[in-house]
Design a protein around this ligand. Structure first.
Ligand SMILES: Cc1ncc(COP(=O)(O)O)c(C=O)c1O
Length: 487
């Protein structure tokens, strides 16, 4: 059967849109474009005439994300079934909003929460917005692979007995996954809600070759960027609640409308429904094809001397699974840093990687790839093998310590601040994040004391050439600290 002859997968939101247009529609309300194409040829040319047609709103009687009653209830339930959840919420502000909503719903001022030191900035934002007291799980240094990828579960012993929330990121950006069992056990012991940021793992659990999903592993709430690894539009994500979880779903329902636009895009939620419909209709065949492409590329990479793609051998110790669709390639054997490899591919092949660090590049192969795109990647990597060598970068062989917390992040950010030369900041409370890239893990966050060890780490990463992110003065000559009381 040709693609065009295939029956369309069932999408309640697409059907609701069709129903909306049955008969004459006269819109005298928002959005201002009134669903009419043809007003600006350039807009039609760039966005396609159809987008205006799909961008309807609740004012015309279409279902409303903040008070779903019809098609959205069905679409979210069908998505929950497809992803194995009890309940699913469509998010139009990305997983960023999912993380914020989880914090707002389950952590409040002065409550204790545990999260990875290598969490996404939206989790850090959740800590600030709620006023929760964070307990960070330090990232372990992987000496063999020269990086900090996952947290050390033995850090559980140092956590307080009373925790409102445990927030774990799984997988990391490199597609590495950890065992959730110790975190599930901790959640059961402390009564905390177990939230998993699965932004990079929407496809997990949907094919046996992918790692099991966090829902299958017992997380209470799972947040996925459907737009990152499946077919939804950018910004379209989902938040799932596990079937049988005891979490109070009403708290999430109260939090979401506080964080998302009161005019949630129908186009974004439609794209989520269509992504879920595609999986329900053809998931196994599509994932099998994706995995066949991934295998093809992996085999070809195996024949490029100097290029090393991470595979099952990385699953030892704390890393218990890996995502085969993330091609994490160590380019140090080519005499390149990941940054130089990424720049070379961009300049010479117009090929853009997902991430580069001091020794790796990551390319992800998704349902959107084709034999042609996979072959182009292979040819480009073969060409990269002849790129001129660059100066290698190595990161400090340090344990990333966590400085003592003098104030909660929210308290620190609410205090008067002053800006001082870095050298005068030892012993002061930071009012800024100090995050070296690579590895993208904070050395200091607001409220923490810049002790001698933190200062040494800052200097070591600056010397190693890491770009400092967070401080207003990224050259790090000056730093904002909390004013001493009495000043
Ligand atoms: C681990 C992690 N969590 C959350 C997010 C936020 O996702 P979104 O872009 O869907 O808001 C990201 C984005 O890169 C991420 O890497």
């Amino acid at each position: 059967m040709s693609d065009s002859a295939k029956p369309a997968p069932y999408s309640p939101l697409a059907m609701a849109l069709e129903a909306y247009y049955q008969g004459e529609v006269a819109s005298f309300h928002m959005p201002g474009h009134k669903q009419r194409s043809g007003r600006y040829p350039l807009a039609d040319q760039v966005l396609g005439a159809q987008i205006w047609h799909a961008d309807v709103s609740e004012m015309g009687g279409y279902d409303y994300l903040h008070a779903p009653q019809g098609a959205l209830v069905e679409a979210q339930q069908l998505a929950a079934d497809a992803f194995g959840a009890g309940e699913t919420f469509f998010l139009v502000g990305g997983s960023t909003v999912g993380n914020l909503a989880a914090f707002l719903a389950y952590a409040s001022d002065g409550q204790h929460v545990a999260l990875l030191r290598g969490s996404h900035r939206s989790a850090y934002a959740g800590v600030v917005l709620t006023g929760a007291i964070p307990h960070y799980l330090p990232m372990v240094r992987d000496t063999a692979r020269d990086g900090w990828f996952v947290a050390d579960p033995s850090a559980i012993a140092d956590l307080p007995d009373s925790l409102a929330m445990i927030h774990i990121t799984r997988p990391n950006y490199y597609g590495m996954a950890v065992d959730l069992a110790p975190w599930r056990a901790l959640a059961d012991r402390t009564g905390a809600v177990l939230v998993v940021d699965e932004a990079h793992g929407s496809h997990f659990g949907l094919h046996p070759a992918f790692p099991r999903s966090a829902l299958q592993e017992g997380a209470d709430i799972v947040i996925q960027s459907t737009h990152k690894t499946l077919g939804a539009l950018t910004q379209a994500s989902m938040m799932h609640v596990r079937k049988g979880s005891k979490v109070n779903v009403d708290a999430l329902k109260r939090a979401l409308p506080m964080l998302q636009s009161s005019s949630p895009s129908v186009v974004l939620s439609l794209s989520l429904d269509l992504a879920a419909a595609e999986i329900r209709a053809e998931g196994p065949a599509l994932f099998a094809a994706q995995l066949a492409l991934t295998d093809h590329v992996r085999k070809a990479i195996g024949n490029i001397p100097g290029l090393d793609a991470y595979g099952p051998e990385i699953t030892d110790g704390n890393i218990t699974d890996y995502d085969p669709s993330k091609l994490v390639m160590d380019v140090s054997g080519l005499g390149l840093t990941g940054f130089a490899a990424s720049a070379w591919l961009r300049e010479h092949r117009k090929l853009y990687v997902e991430l580069a660090d001091h020794r790796r590049i990551i390319c992800s192969l998704t349902l959107g790839d084709t034999q042609a795109s996979a072959d182009f990647l292979i040819e480009s990597l073969q060409a990269l093998a002849n790129a001129p060598q660059t100066e290698r970068q190595s990161l400090p062989a340090l344990d990333l310590g966590i400085p003592p917390q003098a104030l909660s992040p929210r308290e620190a950010l609410a205090k008067p601040m002053e800006t001082l030369p870095l050298a005068q900041c030892t012993g002061r409370i930071s009012a800024e994040y100090i995050i070296p890239y690579p590895p993208g893990i904070p050395l200091v966050v607001p409220g923490e004391l810049i002790d001698a060890q933190a200062m040494q780490s800052i200097e070591a990463f600056m010397q190693a050439g890491s770009k400092m992110v967070g401080p207003a003065d990224t050259s790090m000559q000056l730093l904002r600290v909390v004013q001493l009381s009495g000043n």
